[in-house]
Design a protein around this ligand. Structure first.
Ligand code: C5P
Length: 230
């Protein structure tokens, strides 16, 4: 079970490229709460698997990798560095090949189970903003407020394309679009922890909204739920 049910959690779930990271960071900043980027947890396992030549189907070795991966998040200002075995893995972790591998390993129930305690450990006072696919449905079902962000696949691929271009990466829109669509289909249709809104989640479709609008609607929703309790 998760530690300390009294410690509040707000979950932000949804498919890739929908703005979960930016909304989560804005909420964490506004409330002064901790942040869990659970996608980075799955990406870290994928990164280890790719570096150790572990196949996406090798359940035993993947679970062993989950158990011994030394994963740390270090924040400096608004930047969060991810360290695996003490080494900062920087932008490599965010690449689409790592995302694809993460999506494959994340479909294995034993891998998901092996990563639960690590995620529960982020539930620290005064509160946690948890970003992912199954934060509100599986990992923190008792969260105080749950948001599920959506946007059309085309819009999400366009946003991601711009981000990668700004970083100077050489990307082809059509390839990126089909990779994202494939990853989302796998994440949505898998048997364990699929990307679906919790029954009690507020669904926000951001297709025609600016990031600022999504952040302000999310904050307004959180305030409406948590009101004077914060
Ligand atoms: O959010 P991000 O794109 O970094 O996630 C990478 C992959 O990790 C997703 O495509 C998904 O397969 C997996 N993931 C997951 N459950 C989470 C977060 C991410 O299965 N809570």
């Amino acid at each position: 079970m998760s530690t300390g049910p009294a410690i509040p959690v707000i979950t932000i779930d949804g498919p890739s490229g929908v703005g979960k990271g930016a909304v989560s960071a804005a909420l964490a900043d506004a409330l002064g709460w901790h942040l869990l980027d659970s996608g980075a947890v799955y990406r870290a396992v994928a990164w280890v698997a790719l570096n150790r030549d572990i196949e996406a189907t090798d359940e035993a070795q993947l679970v062993a990798a989950c158990e011994d991966v030394d994963l740390k998040f270090e924040s400096s200002g608004s930047d969060i560095a991810v360290l695996i075995d003490g080494v900062s893995v920087g932008d490599q972790l965010r690449s689409e090949p790592v995302g694809q591998m993460a999506s494959k390993v994340a479909a294995i129930p034993a891998v998901r189970r092996a990563l639960l305690d690590l995620q529960y450990d982020f539930r620290q006072s005064p509160g946690l903003i948890a970003d992912g696919r199954d934060m509100g449905t599986v990992v923190f079902p008792d969260a105080q407020a749950k948001i599920f962000l959506t946007a059309s696949a085309h819009e999400r691929a366009t946003r991601r394309f711009k981000q990668l271009k700004e970083k100077g990466e050489d990307v082809i829109f059509d390839s990126l679009f089909s990779e994202i669509a494939e990853r989302d289909r796998r994440d949505r249709e898998r048997a364990v922890s699929p990307t679906v809104p919790a029954d009690d989640a507020k669904v926000i479709d951001s297709t025609d909204m600016s990031l600022e609008q999504v952040i302000s609607e999310s904050k307004a929703y959180v305030e409406s739920i948590m009101g004077g309790s914060e």
